[in-house]
Design a protein around this ligand. Structure first.
Ligand code: S3P
Length: 439
């Protein structure tokens, strides 16, 4: 089957209600917590993407079985110390930074070396951001010379708690240390710049010994050694990061409206909503509710008449970190110059997205000024792409593929977009939903 998509027509106006797939961050965390539980955990609407399958496969290496039937995933946990370690275990985190980084926190007591590998994109990403703090617990790491995968972790029996300052706003780093803290003897104290807090919410829901004190820019988290975790039955809400593509498609398509059902609108994840509202997009939350500590709602979006540029406050960066590529498209169509700053972390993703996002905007005729951590986008409300655009060799970044599809459908031009299979990382049904919107 062809692995590229050709688009040479804009989408016509639409008014639709859609469902997107389960939240990736929560799905991976559910797998990891359930693998430590005493008994069987069940999840509905688990994201069955490559990243989550890699997580299920990783726990299988330690003897933790799972089963997927009739849309329900079961994990047969064997308790907090139930991992069966043996020599020569290799875990393949594939494309998933979240899996690779979080699971290392759980492996700091491994009696044997465990090898962690990943795909080409993950093997370019820095792992010292977690191995350095995790080694303070007492674990030992052997990394590739570039601070990257493949790596080996060798755990310790005498794990000591640590004090850790997380200064990047990275939920992966924070969560990896929380998992380490669960294993260490004593109280681990984390001062973390604000970032998504699903791990803390799950710890609280599971009655684990965690406290979180919220300060203005930082949270102080204390986590103690955990003796037991109860099974975790969970109805996974849908992913705001997947809904982002449809929010932007609606914002950029005249006279359109969309309702996206059952989305996790955790305040640490709604950066895109706040940013797009400031740019003039009408977005409302319907049917708001709380589920196991997480906020859920249906998101309603109406296309606006005009889009305004934005000088994006850096405090919104972490809450929109996976959405900037599509947000840049809105800036490309807005009146005026938009400015996004302090975005060093965006170049640390599945691909260097700040740099590549700018490159794609230039391809469609939008002027940008790029620095190592910021971008100015010179918007053009009359932007109409008429050229041939080829999107190829972007490290198979799933979000670059999906952003390009949205650009093609909303801005016009003749697009050939390669690496369609990259969507299997986070959103396998993406093209199906796009095709239904066209009907
Ligand atoms: C994630 C955290 C973010 C995000 C990633 C998922 C998580 O990464 O980009 O897609 O589930 O914790 P960082 O924590 O590195 O910013």
């Amino acid at each position: 089957m062809s692995n590229k998509v050709i688009i040479n027509h804009k989408i016509s106006q639409f008014k639709k209600t859609i469902n997107v797939s389960g939240d990736k961050s929560i799905s991976i965390r559910w797998v990891l917590f359930s693998s430590l539980a005493s008994g069987v955990s069940k999840a509905k609407n688990l994201l069955m993407s490559e990243d989550v399958k890699a997580a299920l496969n990783a726990i299988k290496q330690f003897g933790i079985k799972s089963e997927f039937k009739n849309n329900i995933c079961k994990i047969f946990g064997k308790g907090i110390n139930g991992y069966k370690y043996k020599e020569k275990i290799v875990i393949d985190a594939k494309n998933s930074g979240t899996l690779g980084r979080l699971i290392l926190g759980l492996l700091i007591n491994s009696p044997y070396p465990v090898k962690l590998i990943g795909d080409k994109s993950l093997s370019k990403r820095d792992f010292t951001r977690v191995t350095k703090p995790l080694s303070k617990f007492g674990a030992t790491f052997q990394l590739n010379k570039n601070k990257t995968l493949p790596l080996k972790i060798i755990g310790s029996k005498n794990l000591v708690p640590i004090n850790y300052l997380e200064n990047k706003g990275s939920a992966q780093c924070k969560s990896s240390i929380i998992f380490g803290g669960i294993r260490a003897n004593g109280t681990t104290v984390i001062k973390a710049r604000k970032s998504r807090n699903h791990t803390e919410i799950l710890c609280k829901y599971l009655n684990l010994p965690i406290t979180v004190k919220t300060k203005k820019n930082f949270d102080q988290i204390k986590i103690k050694n955990v003796k037991k975790i109860k099974p975790l039955n969970y109805n996974i809400p849908s992913d705001i990061s997947s809904s982002a593509f449809f929010i932007v498609l609606t914002a950029l398509t005249k006279n359109s409206r969309i309702i996206i059902k059952n989305i996790n609108i955790n305040p640490s994840r709604i950066g895109i909503i706040i940013i797009l509202r400031k740019m003039g997009v009408k977005i409302t939350f319907k049917n708001q509710r709380i589920y196991k500590g997480e906020k859920i709602a249906d998101i309603k979006v109406k296309s606006p008449k005009n889009l305004k540029s934005i000088n994006c406050p850096s405090k919104l960066n972490s809450g929109a970190i996976d959405e900037f590529l599509v947000i840049f498209l809105v800036a490309a169509k807005a009146k005026g110059i938009s400015f996004f700053k302090n975005l060093d972390e965006l170049n640390q993703k599945e691909s260097p997205r700040l740099k590549l996002g700018s490159e794609i905007l230039n391809k469609i005729g939008i002027k940008t000024i790029l620095t190592k951590n910021s971008i100015k986008i010179f918007g053009n409300p009359n932007l109409k792409v008429t050229k041939k655009i080829v999107i190829k060799n972007y490290l198979k970044d799933h979000r670059i593929f999906m952003t390009s599809v949205i650009a093609a459908l909303s801005l016009g031009g003749n697009w050939t977009i390669h690496d369609k299979d990259s969507i299997n990382t986070s959103f396998p049904h993406f093209m199906k939903i796009i095709n239904n919107l066209k009907k």
